[in-house]
Design a binder for this molecule. Structure first.
Ligand code: ATP
Length: 360
C-alpha cells in the first residue's frame, strides 16, 4: 500500500507504525484497547505497543496518561518509549516486561512466602516512592498493574504500568473522583465527602493499595472481602470503610509484617507514608543493594522532582511531537492514502483497468 496516514510535517514518516514496526504477538486486551508485542524494524528492539482507536476515545485522559508516563524514568516503572500512528490507532510504545503480570504469578501459586512477597513489595514501594517524589500519584496500583521483567541475572524485576488514572500535582488539581479497582480502593477514595467534591491525597491512597497488594501476595485473597460472601461488593465496601480485615488461620505471617499492614490499613490521617514504609524494620530486611542505592538517591535528588516535559524520549520525540500525534489521533482514523504504481497494478489485476479515486 502507499504511504499510510497523511500527516503534518512533525508527525512524519518515522511515526508511521506499520512501516517501522512488525507485530510479533498479542499480549492481551483491556477496556481501552489491545496491547501487542512488536519489533522495531530499525534496531530489532522488542516493545509492548498499546493500540488505542483513533477518534473520540482519544481524549484528555489519554493525553494525561501519555504525558505523565513519558516523564517517568525508574527501574521499577515500565519505560515509556514514544507514540506512533497507524491508520486506525494511536499506538503507545513501551518497554516490554517479559514476565507477565504479578497477578498471574500469584494466581498460579495461590499465595507466596513472606520473603518472596517482601522482595516484590520492596520494588513496588521504590517505584511508587519515585512516582510520589515527582508529584505523581498512580491511583490504580494492583497486582495486574505490576508486571515482571526477567533481568539478565535471572531475578524478576517489578515494573509498574498503566498510568491511566494517574495525576500529577504539578500539572493537575488534587484528585476528587472515585477511581481505581474496588478491592484496592482506600476508604477516603470511596467516600470523598458527601458532595463528592472533597479532595483526597492520592499518594496516601496509593499506600493503601500497596497494602492490599502485599496482603494478596501473602494470603491469596483480598483483605476486605467478606470471607463467607466474597462476591458481595457492598459488604467489601463496608469492611473497607471500617478498615476491617483479618488473617485466615492457616497463614503464617510474621508479627513485623502484620504490624506494617496494621499501619497501612487505617484511615488516611493515621496511615503510614511511603517514606515511613521504607524505614519499617520488615521492609528493611533483606533489602537488595540496588534498592538501598535507589533509596539514598531518591531521598535526596528526585524528591525535589520536577516534571521535565522538555526531554526527548527514546524514539527521539519531543513533547511537541507527542502532543501533535495525540491531536492527530483525536481527529479520527485516516483511511485516505496515496496509491503508488504497485497499488494501481494490483487493483487493475483484481478489477480490470478503469478510473479510481485516489488520495485526497
Ligand atoms: N509493557 C508491557 N509489557 C508486557 N505486557 C504488557 C505491557 N503492558 C501491558 N501488558 C499486558 O497486556 C495486556 C493488556 O494490557 P492493557 O493495558 O491493554 O489492558 P489491561 O491493563 O488488562 O486493562 P485496562 O487497561 O482496561 O485496565 C495485559 O495482560 C498486560 O499485562
Amino acid at each position: 500500500m502507499g504511504d499510510g496516514p497523511s500527516t503534518s510535517p512533525l508527525v512524519g514518516k518515522a511515526l508511521n507504525f506499520d512501516e517501522r514496526y512488525e507485530v510479533v504477538k498479542e499480549l492481551g486486551s483491556g477496556n481501552f484497547g489491545v496491547t501487542k508485542l512488536v519489533r522495531d524494524r530499525e534496531g530489532g528492539e522488542l516493545m509492548a505497543a498499546k493500540f488505542l482507536e483513533r477518534g473520540d476515545r482519544i481524549d484528555t485522559n489519554v493525553e494525561r496518561e501519555i504525558l505523565i508516563h513519558r516523564t517517568m524514568t525508574h527501574p521499577n516503572i515500565v519505560k515509556f518509549k514514544g507514540v506512533s500512528l497507524s491508520q486506525a490507532d494511536l499506538v503507545i510504545l513501551m518497554e516490554y516486561a517479559s514476565g507477565g503480570e504479578l497477578f498471574s504469578h500469584i494466581q498460579k501459586k495461590g499465595k507466596i512466602p513472606e520473603n518472596e512477597a517482601r522482595y516484590f513489595f520492596q520494588q513496588l514501594i521504590c517505584g511508587v516512592a519515585y512516582c510520589h517524589s515527582v508529584g505523581v500519584c498512580h491511583r490504580d496500583l494492583k497486582l495486574e498493574n505490576a508486571l515482571l521483567h526477567q533481568e539478565q541475572d535471572g531475578a524478576p524485576r517489578v515494573k509498574i504500568c498503566d498510568f491511566g488514572y494517574s495525576k500529577s500535582n504539578l500539572l493537575h488539581s488534587n484528585p476528587k473522583s472515585t477511581v481505581g479497582t474496588p478491592a484496592y480502593i482506600a476508604p477516603e477514595v470511596l467516600t470523598p465527602g458527601n458532595s463528592g467534591q472533597q479532595q483526597y491525597d492520592g499518594q496516601i491512597a496509593d499506600v493503601w493499595s500497596c497494602g492490599v497488594l502485599l496482603y494478596v501476595m501473602l494470603v491469596g485473597s483480598y483483605p476486605f472481602e467478606d470471607p463467607t460472601d466474597q462476591r458481595n461488593l457492598r459488604k467489601s465496601i463496608q469492611r473497607t470503610l471500617a478498615c476491617k480485615y483479618s488473617f485466615p488461620g492457616h497463614t503464617s505471617i510474621s508479627e513485623e509484617c502484620k504490624h506494617l499492614l496494621s499501619r497501612i490499613f487505617v484511615l488516611c490521617d493515621k496511615r503510614i507514608t511511603i517514606e515511613e514504609i521504607r524505614k519499617h524494620p520488615w521492609f528493611l530486611q533483606n533489602l537488595p543493594m540496588e534498592l538501598q542505592i535507589d533509596m539514598s538517591v531518591s531521598g535526596s535528588s528526585t524528591s525535589a522532582g520536577q516534571v521535565n516535559q522538555s526531554e526527548i524520549n527514546d524514539l527521539g520525540q519531543s513533547i511537541e511531537e507527542v502532543k501533535l500525534c495525540i491531536k492527530e489521533a483525536m481527529q479520527g482514523p485516516k483511511y485516505d492514502f496515496i496509491m503508488d504504481d504497485d497499488d494501481i497494478e494490483m487493483m487493475n489485476d483484481e478489477y480490470g483497468s478503469g478510473e479510481y479515486m485516489v488520495g485526497e
